[in-house]
Design a protein around this ligand. Structure first.
Ligand SMILES: Cc1cc2nc3c(=O)[nH]c(=O)nc-3n(C[C@H](O)[C@H](O)[C@H](O)COP(=O)(O)OP(=O)(O)OC[C@H]3O[C@@H](n4cnc5c(N)ncnc54)[C@H](O)[C@@H]3O)c2cc1C
Length: 386
């Protein structure tokens, strides 16, 4: 197994400290009340973790995908919703940083690194669903401004972030992935209309909301990259960062499920034996299976992150496999945790129940398991992805 570099180990330690204190203390309430985790996000910002992917000369850590995997897993372990909000922030921050102009650096990247600006990702739309790379929202240029029209769905941190990375296409090219274009849209832009709250089965604190772009006006300078080269963002930035961030949240959920199971088996004893459940062989076998499943998937996620960070040409295959695998794994492990935790786990608001609900988002969120397996299979078969 690889060990982490000293800077990465320090980042993980910092993330774990906040996760174990602030995030863990709020997780139950965040879930029960469907409340955006403001205190946790503030604590992460104050600890200097929001600039993970911002270049060092702008005050960030200049880290890549492995750091995202390691840090986000710690957060997901203690509060899935906060892990998700942090993950979306990090992906969006990386999209802004990827081809930043001096204006983007001052307006977005320095404030993000200083913990004064939270951003998020707004790609999905009701019309194209899981095909996040096919926006139908339109942009038209009007002098030094751009006008955005359309509707977005499931925007994490919706209404709470300071900016949103929003995708759109020029009119008439809705189904051409090559015209995918991203803009950094500030929260106060005229014409942004938040739709009503969405109440999820799990991930209840991440405040996913729909957003109507009602002729929203933003400076043309907020265009990220140049028009026409932007499918590059989908596969070089959005997909890798999104896949690793989400995989890490689900790894954290699975690890938390194992930790709760171990604690329960060590603590729960039966009156007729006077012994704890940890000594029952069949239960220890199941714990062994859970541990192995998590470890195997974590290695695949870290392997994919390392390949991408190194710019390996076939890294995308491991990436697709990693998120599809983590989705299967987290479902199995949280179910095992529920089984081994007995009536305590099955209680309505138990921590295991929350983890089981949160983990189910893994299959649904883009790129969904079906899409990833399609892409992986087509890559192995030497077929074009789309
Ligand atoms: C908690 C949560 C947070 C989210 N946060 C964000 C966010 O911050 N930003 C953002 O942009 N989006 C976000 N999303 C949206 C998410 O990434 C997906 O786009 C969304 O969940 C898809 O839902 P849908 O109902 O439109 O799925 P549909 O498109 O209706 O798909 C339904 C099912 O059919 C499958 N399917 C559809 N088409 C195909 C196909 N051609 N081949 C194989 N299978 C197919 C899908 O895999 C899925 O299982 C979030 C979603 C959730 C649940």
């Amino acid at each position: 197994m690889h060990t982490l570099s000293p800077p990465l180990a320090r980042l993980r330690e910092r993330a774990a400290e906040i996760a174990n204190t602030v995030l863990a203390a709020d997780a139950d309430e965040v879930d029960r009340e469907g409340r955006w985790p403001a205190r946790g996000m503030r604590a992460l910002a104050e600890a200097g973790l929001m600039g993970l992917h911002i270049p060092e000369h702008l005050g960030g850590d200049g880290q890549g995908l492995l750091a995202l995997a390691v840090v986000t897993e710690e957060l997901g372990r203690c509060c899935s919703s906060t892990g998700m909000c942090f993950g979306m922030h990090s992906v969006a921050a990386k999209v802004i940083a990827a081809k930043a102009t001096p204006y983007h650096e001052e307006r977005f990247l320095r404030p993000i690194a200083a913990g004064r600006h939270i951003t998020s990702l707004s790609l999905s739309e009701p019309g194209t669903g899981v095909h996040f790379f096919l926006p139908r929202a339109k942009f038209t240029r009007d002098g030094e401004e751009v006008v955005l029209e359309g509707q977005k769905s499931f925007v994490t941190s919706g209404g709470h972030a300071d900016s949103y990375v929003i995708s759109a296409v020029p009119p008439g090219s809705e189904l051409d992935p090559g015209t995918f274009t991203c803009f950094a849209v500030e929260a106060g832009a005229p014409g942004l209309e938040w739709l009503q709250d969405w109440h999820g089965f799990g991930m209840r604190g991440n405040s996913s909301r729909g957003l109507r772009l009602d002729r929203a006006r933003i400076p043309h300078a907020n265009l990220l990259g140049s028009e026409g080269d932007q499918i590059w963002y989908v596969f070089e930035v959005v997909a890798p960062y999104f896949i690793i961030a989400m995989s890490a949240v689900y790894l954290g959920i699975a690890q938390a499920a194992l930790d709760l199971t171990v604690a329960h088996l060590k603590e729960r004893s039966h009156a007729h034996t006077g012994e704890t459940l940890s000594g029952v062989p069949v239960l220890s076998h199941q714990v062994a299976e859970m541990w192995t499943a998590i470890q195997r998937t974590r290695q695949l996620v870290h392997h994919a992150a390392r390949l991408c960070d190194a710019g390996a040409p076939d890294a995308s295959l491991s990436l697709f496999a990693a998120k599809a695998d983590v989705a299967d794994m987290v479902g199995t492990v949280t179910q095992q945790a529920m089984m081994l935790s007995g009536g305590r786990g099955y209680g309505q608001n138990s921590a295991v129940a929350r983890l089981l609900r949160d983990g189910q988002a893994a299959h649904v969120m883009a790129p969904s398991t079906q899409l990833l397996k399609t892409w992986l299979g087509r890559s192995v078969l030497d077929l074009p992805l789309l």
